[in-house]
Ligand binder design. Structure first.
Ligand code: PAF
Length: 292
């Protein structure tokens, strides 16, 4: 695996090849590894970007405490089959303060957009820069961030990027908790409360399989399992528009966001009107992420 730090270098490495890009902010875990493996199966070279994007942090403290360890991440990336690791500096990514931002109307506005103002503008801007600068043929994103996936799909279509966007299932710890870099901040005593998110979603998936199509009732099934947490939203949303839907009539995701102690967690399942769902895949052993 080669590590490069400039757009010029990454482009000259993958010129003419059908590269698959996996954008990350580092601090890799099994969720990232599953994206990298999926990208590897596409046949072309796998490029992983590693950039902690200041534009998408709504709270400066989160940007500051975001863990950075290039050697650790490079080891995991190489083992997962990455051919090229693109780790630009802030100066390479934003040579001057960017006056051009990408804002995806409507898709970005509810749920995460409402609770994290400016977040999706930062994500959309950096993803557009990565697509323009690297020119991959495909890019893989986790369904764990279902609204982000909808935002990326929309910006790709609206800006005519010739990039195939692929969504990959959420990876879960053996107890069901969706793997996230934030899990390292969950206190031991709060783990049971954190599991309320996934267990509510699993109950809703069973209800969908049994014929439930009403959005409000599915949302209540999730709320009923949430114990000692501060709920920000529970919402059944259209998979592509990320707008609330009252009845499950096309692909949708049922999403929840809540604060467990001082840790903000999000989770979702994807559901279809034929009663099927994607609740993610479970690891057989505990995640490589350790509590901090
Ligand atoms: O999902 C993430 O890790 C980030 O939002 C992304 C897509 C790498 C953009 O910085």
């Amino acid at each position: 695996m080669k590590i490069v730090k400039t757009f010029t270098a990454v482009r000259s490495e993958v010129a003419g090849a059908s590269a698959a890009l996996v954008p990350t902010m580092g601090f890799l875990h099994e969720g990232h590894v599953s994206l990298l493996e999926l990208a590897g199966g596409l046949g072309g070279p796998v490029v992983m970007s590693l950039f902690v994007n200041p534009l998408q942090f709504d709270r400066p403290v989160d940007l500051e405490r975001y863990p950075r360890d290039l050697d650790r991440d490079a080891g995991i990336a190489a083992a997962a089959g990455v051919d090229l690791l693109f780790a630009p500096t802030v100066e390479e990514m934003y040579p001057s303060p960017p006056r051009t931002r990408v804002r995806v109307d409507s898709v970005s506005e509810g749920m995460e957009g409402e609770h994290r103002p400016g977040h999706f503008e930062g994500v959309a801007t950096v993803v557009a820069k990565l697509f323009a600068g690297i020119q991959p043929e495909a890019a893989v994103f986790g369904r764990k961030d279902a609204q982000q996936l909808a935002v990326v799909r929309r910006l790709t279509a609206d800006l005519s990027f010739p990039v195939e966007i692929i969504g990959a299932p959420t990876v879960r710890a053996p107890d069901g908790l969706a793997v996230s870099s934030r899990n390292v901040f969950i206190a031991e005593d709060d783990r049971a409360a954190a599991l309320g998110l996934s267990s509510g979603l699993f109950a809703a998936a069973e209800a969908v399989a049994a014929g439930e199509r009403n959005g409000a009732r599915l949302e209540s099934l999730v709320r009923d399992r949430l114990g000692d947490v501060r709920v920000e939203y529970v919402s059944l949303a259209d998979a592509f528009e990320a707008e609330p839907v009252e009845t499950l009539e096309r692909e949708a995701f049922l999403a929840v966001a809540a604060r467990v102690g001082d840790v903000r967690l999000i989770d979702n399942i994807v559901v279809w009107p034929d009663g099927s769902s994607d609740t993610g895949v479970r690891l057989e052993r505990p995640s490589i992420l350790r509590r901090m």
